[in-house]
Design a protein around this ligand. Structure first.
Ligand SMILES: Cc1cc2nc3c(=O)[nH]c(=O)nc-3n(C[C@H](O)[C@H](O)[C@H](O)COP(=O)(O)OP(=O)(O)OC[C@H]3O[C@@H](n4cnc5c(N)ncnc54)[C@H](O)[C@@H]3O)c2cc1C
Length: 326
């Protein structure tokens, strides 16, 4: 049985794992987080929940459309019509965006709380070591963590990429995002359907999670600071950031309505400079593929496509090898 270790159980890693498992591969997914999903994240506050990472996604490619349709039929996702962006339908998780990765993770061997700190290998396979000291081995390795974190992992592992691979990795860049989740003691004044995108100013997006359809005991509002504001205040006082951004939105969120708020610092949110191909096959002694939303289309759908294409490549490679030996 062919085997693969996947670092990162966000949408790219989960998709690759599902596809390889479907082809009878033995797959181990490792993620440093407490749960799966990475940036498709829903946070619980008291008895309420809020999406604080990805807010909605599109499905333009046939493979992802089929996946979304299956999840729609299973009640995991639903359409969310947002006027004024374009004519493509947008989707959200029925109980928050984390419903999507949780659904995909059901049948997989996933080890959470496992931060990979070292990778090594030779022509027979790869070995990875986690912060807790656990060692995992497999024939193939897929890495789906954001490119800046890949660079740190490879440097700590003394793995030097060939110049073109290194250039490709260096070309990938992400926007930071400061995300505020405010819990309200009354409905927000955000008009239906509950999401507003801003082109200027310190805020890029607000959403009323209840209007998005997340059943909550009280209203929660998600606020995303603009890339510029986030960059300027990334290392600043998060409490002040939260107060400032909430005050900017007094039209939709009266000050007296705010019960509490939290601020999350996303160092890597949307990938705005991507490698054009859906993955990078590294010229290393062991088989190592790099993927995720930094490769190909970007966003949630791009992460799905990247994971799918990496798995298809490995399955195809296995078949080609078998044929050449016959
Ligand atoms: C604030 C915000 C808003 C967004 N809005 C949208 C949107 O509206 N629509 C949209 O389509 N996309 C949006 N995105 C982008 C979208 O969330 C991502 O493109 C997509 O989820 C990326 O999936 P991925 O699997 O490539 O990476 P990730 O989801 O980042 O998964 C990588 C995983 O690797 C893990 N990891 C990292 N380092 C290690 C390590 N050393 N060892 C083990 N595990 C590790 C992480 O814990 C994580 O779970 C948004 C993102 C953010 C943060």
């Amino acid at each position: 049985m062919s085997s693969c270790i996947i670092i990162g159980a966000g949408l790219a890693g989960l998709t690759a794992a599902c596809e390889l498992t479907r082809h009878q591969w033995q797959v181990t997914l490792l993620d440093k987080g407490r749960g799966v999903g990475g940036r498709m994240a829903t946070r619980r506050i008291h008895n309420t929940r809020a999406d604080h990472g990805a807010q909605y996604f599109s499905a333009r490619t046939p493979e992802f459309q089929a996946q979304v349709q299956a999840m729609q039929e299973a009640g995991v996702v639903k359409e969310w019509y947002l006027p004024g962006i374009d004519h493509h339908p947008r989707y959200v998780g029925s109980s928050g965006m984390s419903a999507v990765p949780k659904y995909m993770a059901q049948e997989l061997d996933i080890r959470t709380g496992e931060k990979v700190v070292h990778v090594a290998g030779d022509t027979t396979g790869c070995t990875v070591r986690t912060e807790a000291g656990t060692i995992y081995s497999a024939e193939k390795l897929i890495i789906t963590i954001p490119a800046p974190q890949v660079k740190v992992l490879l440097a700590d592992s003394s793995i030097q990429l060939l110049a073109p691979d290194q250039l490709a990795l260096d070309s990938i860049a992400y926007q930071p995002c400061l995300a505020v989740i405010a819990e309200l003691n009354q409905p927000s004044r955000i008009p239906a359907p509950g999401g507003i995108r801003y082109e200027e100013g310190p805020i890029s997006w607000i959403a009323d999670n209840q209007q998005k359809g997340i059943i909550n005991d009280s209203t929660t509002v998600t606020i995303h600071a603009s890339p510029q504001y986030s960059r300027e205040h990334l290392e600043g006082d998060l409490n002040k950031v939260g107060e400032k951004l909430i005050a900017e939105l007094h039209e939709w969120i009266p000050a007296e309505a705010v019960e509490s708020f939290q601020v999350h610092r996303w160092r890597y949110s949307l990938c705005d400079q991507r490698h054009p191909e859906p993955y990078l096959r590294c010229d290393t002694p062991f088989s190592m593929l790099l993927g995720g939303d930094g490769f190909g289309m970007g966003n949630v759908e791009g992460a799905y496509q990247s994971g799918l294409q990496m798995a298809r490549y490995l399955v195809g490679e296995g078949k080609r090898k078998k044929l050449s030996m016959e």
